[in-house]
Design a protein around this ligand. Structure first.
Ligand SMILES: C[S@@+](CC[C@H](N)C(=O)[O-])C[C@H]1O[C@@H](n2cnc3c(N)ncnc32)[C@H](O)[C@@H]1O
Length: 309
């Protein structure tokens, strides 16, 4: 396992998939291939389809595709899960793993622009063929829109102040780099809040640029439609916004009825599709966090597809 990325909750997440011989599985977020390889060695008699939208992940995992004929790697956004699998003549799956967010490799490459402590261009695209970059947002969005992004996706209390400072700074010259942006945030907030504010603003930009919340919602819904009864959906998330989406989604899918409580009888026709198997999310043990501090914020939830009614 190279220093590309150390997989988080590795055994726990693959155990949660409850791999069945001859099953068809999806790793929605291939990254450095740590989870994928563990899946393939844990249950060799499966087919695994692995997605990543980042070309770097494909270069990193090419050796896996050569070593495991039962692995198919797909360079695409997992929001296109159904279409991509249909092209492979796959309509049903037995389990899917989402290990959300960015890999350590992506964060550690200054030129990708994900890190507020490494000097790089304002980019933050996971898919480098996508059009919108952090540069476009920071230099062209009006302060109101910037504030909204920092609030909504970073939950940053000083969003307004930071947005105003960005708008003032760019009047003199366009902002080009991550460290220029980090410096503006540093100067806009109190000393105790500086690191957290930078983390929140960078997170907000990354989520917005990559449409992370929208694609997660759609992909979860498509994944559940594709799951065979007994199939599992396993999600590892790294911040509260993602975890909230997963939690709410699972709760909605588990419900038998969504009629208002004052209705005398059910008229909604809602079917319960999932059984939640984690009432509280699972978190990495202390020794994993000591070995891999990036595991600190991880939360894992999983659920099982119910029988069709
Ligand atoms: C946390 S890393 C996954 C690490 C991986 N489990 C491993 O063991 O190395 C997340 C990966 O998912 C990819 N990714 C994130 N969102 C994606 C999306 N919507 N579609 C496809 N890939 C995505 C990122 O490019 C990144 O490589």
């Amino acid at each position: 396992m190279s220093n590309y990325h150390v997989p988080v909750l590795l055994k726990e997440s693959v155990d949660a998939l409850a791999l069945q011989p001859n099953g068809i599985y999806v790793d929605a977020t291939l990254g450095g291939g740590g989870h994928a390889e563990y899946i393939l060695t844990s249950q060799p008699k499966i087919r695994l389809f692995a997605f990543d939208q980042d070309e770097d992940s494909l270069t990193q995992t090419r050796h896996l595709a050569e070593e495991y004929p039962n692995l198919t790697i797909i360079r695409d956004n997992f929001v296109n899960l159904r279409t991509c699998l249909a092209l492979e003549r796959i309509k049903k799956i037995d389990g899917i793993l989402f290990d959300l967010g960015v890999s350590s490799h992506q964060i550690n490459q200054p030129e990708r622009g994900f890190s507020f402590s490494l000097d790089g261009k304002l980019d933050m695209r996971m898919d480098t063929s996508a059009e919108m970059t952090a540069f476009d947002i920071i230099n062209h969005f009006d302060p109101y829109e910037l504030k909204k992004i920092f609030l909504e996706y970073g939950e940053e209390k000083e969003a307004g102040k930071i947005a105003k400072a960005i708008a003032e700074a760019r009047q003199n010259k366009q902002l080009e780099t991550t460290l220029e942006l980090a410096d503006i945030i540093d100067k806009s907030v109190f000393s105790k809040q500086k690191i957290k504010a930078k983390a929140r603003v960078f997170q907000a930009l990354r989520i917005y640029i990559n449409g992370e919340m929208e694609v997660l919602q759609t992909a979860l819904s498509d994944a559940v439609k594709m799951l065979n009864p007994g199939g599992r959906v396993v999600v590892i998330s790294y911040h509260s916004l993602e975890d909230r989406i997963v939690k709410k989604f699972f709760q909605y899918e588990e419900k038998e009825c969504v009629c208002p409580s004052n209705f005398p009888q059910c008229v909604c026709d809602k079917k319960s599709t999932l059984k939640i198997l984690t009432r509280k999310p699972l978190q990495p043990a202390e020794d994993e966090i000591n070995r891999n501090p990036r595991a600190r914020s991880a939360k894992m939830r999983f659920a099982e597809r119910k029988e069709e009614l």
